[in-house]
Design a protein around this ligand. Sequence first.
Ligand code: PRT
Ligand code: ZN
Length: 225
Amino acid sequence: MNTSNRLRIAIQKSGRLSKDCQSLLKQLGVKLNLREQRLIAHSTNMPIDVLRVRDDDIPGLVMDGVCDLGIVGENVLVETQAERERAGQSNAVKKLSKLDFGYCRLALAWPQELGAQSKDWFNGKRIATTYPEILKQYLVKENIDASVVMLTGSVEVAPRAGLADAICDLVSTGATLEANGLMQGDTILESNACLIQNANLNDDSKLSLINKLLPRLKGVRQAKE
Ligand code: PRT
Ligand code: ZN
């Protein structure tokens, strides 16, 4: 549990969500000195500390109460929840808001030269992914008997490298699939960045600070529409 009396927010240190997280905090009026490469940045005008970590660690930090809030892609949140469910670990979080950045979809793809394929084609095939839990849930739901190959990176080269027949990966523009000669199929999950809160947070001063930030967040989101 975060026993500090400062609200602790986990954001991605460096990656696709970092810039947007930093500018969101700025728009909410949270002043931070992020110049130094430190793990924790203290706000200079609010009782807030920002923890900068790998995106994969964010849901767990919030679920375990190490951080009070976190900003993470729904893809990582849903995968972590399923992983922790399987391991019998606590996985509840309160989803406070969807955010207007980090949009992508988790989709199936296979070599273009095979042409269009129905779901039946996946039976007996190997599918490479970084999101094994989400993929397995989809396979069960669709009654597809495929095996899952877990890769933490370079998923798009798996078919060419002979590691898998197809992939299930994040897509935004589709350029990566195209560059690797892959054809996009069904979308399994649509994802945006989202703001999550520890499900057991009961510190009144932190809750009232969150209640002050949320209307600002709503304002920032409306201004973008
Ligand atoms: O180091 P750390 O673990 O923190 O970062 P990471 O490398 O795991 O994640 P990062 O920074 O790549 O992505 C962070 C989050 O951004 C993801 O979890 C998603 O929620 C979101 N996001 C949005 C994306 C994309 N768009 C995206 N296009 N994450 C990854 N991609 C990759 C995808 O995996 C593929 O390799 O981009 C490629 C496809 O992009 P297009 O535009 O060619 O289709
Ligand atoms: Zn990551």
